[in-house]
Write a protein of this length. Structure first.
Length: 134
């Protein structure tokens, strides 16, 4: 068994795809349009769906906003440089949305460098800096 994908409902599919591909560097794997059922899907990720988990971005036609609730935590992404990733989010905010909610720095009580950002729909994403292989 393995995790295939995590589904996030988004209010604007093009904006969400732009954020995950243009800002976080994921690739658009595939799209599915279901006009009769009134939804569209985009699958994004860093590698093949055959070997890695991806995000399923779901747009329900006519719904531009969701209440996120308190049960969902965050998606975690490993990056080479957390501070640089935060700068990319800030630089792209006007075009793709998103914002930095916790600047790059060590996790409380540890040394791992992390930051938190939000995508255009408010989903939290933890950026975790890749540790060097000493």
């Amino acid at each position: 068994m393995r995790i295939l994908h995590t589904m996030l409902r988004v209010g604007n599919l093009e904006r969400a795809v732009g954020f995950y591909t243009g800002v976080l560097g994921m690739k658009l794997m595939r799209r599915t349009e279901r006009p009769e059922q009134r939804y569209s899907l985009a699958f994004v990720g860093y590698g093949s769906e055959d070997t890695g988990a991806v995000l399923e971005l779901t747009y329900n036609h006519g719904v531009d906003r969701y209440e996120l609730g308190t049960a969902f935590g965050h998606v975690a992404i490993e990056v080479d440089d957390v501070a640089a990733a935060c700068e990319r989010v800030r630089a792209a905010a006007a075009r793709h949305g998103g914002r930095v909610t916790r600047e790059a720095g060590p996790v409380k009580g540890g040394t791992t460098v992390i930051a938190f950002v939000e995508d255009p729909d408010g989903y939290k994403i933890e950026l975790i800096e890749r540790r060097s292989a000493d």
